[in-house]
Design a protein around this ligand. Structure first.
Ligand SMILES: [Zn+2]
Ligand SMILES: [Zn+2]
Length: 338
């Protein structure tokens, strides 16, 4: 293990509702399947706000949040294969799956009965260093800077899984245009699909951002799309958008809820669901999603829009995210504190 533990630091959440506190980080011994990583960048995800607010039941407190981690390998456990010292790697939300429950056996490790999640049940990337199970880490395409790569690891990846659930849909509505939507708008456009971006009513700045990224139509969530959509992905954690989205999709269309938490969904007439419309959620990721998405992100030529901040400003950044003040994705960079 590297020798300067006095420099290890993290921003930790003691319990819901409190601000993160800077702590000196203690690093445990490395298990044979783990890697020890110096963090270069960590994305700030809306899920982190839900963890702050105590809305994710699985969370174990105290916790160091952060599950979009890009870092450099400093030490490798005995049984780790496929990674080398100094290599740049990514650590996503799924930190471990059991491998023997019915979901794991069925290729759906995202639904594992005994999972671990980075920054939720094991310490995450709001830190200078981290230990990760190497089997759940990804190589990062060279084309992306550290900060650009960070939001790919959840915002991009979960968006990719959500997009897959729309099947061959050509005209797709996005409700909410934050970190995930801004990446997926670029990917979908590259795939030849049309994206219709619904923002908060009156948020013309965000609508201009969406148009710049290739969306064919932009408007407020209180407006109707110019014609029926094949599918909708709801990125915003707002349950009242579900009935609105159902009205926007054509027969057979899917409404995909991409967030881990959402406010309650109000009642709506069965007629709005009729016609084989469906409402589905997207949960977590599989490693296959990650490998597939990172290859597509590399090939597509997309560039995530990022705002970088020193790690010590995590509380300020989370507030900016909560207030809707981040265009694209916010990323914490430990070395900016130097
Ligand atoms: Zn399992
Ligand atoms: Zn996330």
């Amino acid at each position: 293990m590297p020798k300067n533990p006095e420099h290890y630091r993290a921003m930790q959440l003691e319990k819901p509702g409190e601000p993160l506190r800077k702590i000196a980080q203690s690093i445990s011994e490395l298990h044979s399947n783990e890697i020890f990583v110096e963090i270069l960048a960590c994305g700030v995800c809306r899920t982190d706000l839900h963890i702050l607010d105590g809305e994710i039941q699985a969370t174990t407190y105290p916790i160091v949040p952060g599950h979009e981690v890009v870092g450099r390998v400093l030490a490798i456990g005995n049984e780790v294969r496929g990674f080398t010292l100094d290599e740049r790697i990514g650590i996503p939300w799924l930190g471990h799956s059991c491998g023997h429950c019915s979901y794991c056996k069925d290729g759906r490790e995202n639904l594992c009965d005994h999972p671990e999640f980075t920054g939720c049940t094991r310490d995450g990337g709001y830190a200078s260093h981290i230990i990760a199970n190497a089997q759940y880490c990804f190589a990062i395409p060279e084309r992306f800077s550290d900060a650009e790569a960070a939001p790919l690891l959840c915002a991009g990846l979960i968006g990719w899984r959500a997009m897959r659930m729309t099947g061959t849909a050509q005209k797709i509505g996005f409700y909410g245009f934050g970190a995930s939507a801004h990446i997926m708008a670029q990917i979908a456009t590259w795939q030849g699909r049309e994206i219709y971006a619904f923002t908060q009513p009156g948020d013309t700045e965000r609508q201009a951002f969406a148009r710049d990224l290739g969306c064919v139509w932009v408007g407020g969530s209180d407006e109707a799309a110019p014609h029926e959509l094949d599918a909708v992905i709801i990125f915003a954690p707002v349950g009242s958008l579900v009935p609105a989205a159902l009205k926007a999709v054509r027969k057979g269309g899917a409404v995909v809820c991409a967030g881990i938490h959402m406010s309650d969904i109000p009642g709506f007439p069965y007629a709005d669901l009729w016609g084989e419309r469906s409402i589905v959620s997207v949960a977590n990721l599989t490693r296959e999603d990650g490998t597939e998405f990172l290859a597509a992100a590399d090939k597509s030529g997309i560039i995530p829009t990022v705002e970088t901040y020193p790690l010590s400003q995590a509380n300020k950044v989370l507030k900016r995210l909560r207030d809707g003040q981040i265009d694209g994705a916010a990323v914490l960079v430990p070395t900016l504190d130097a």
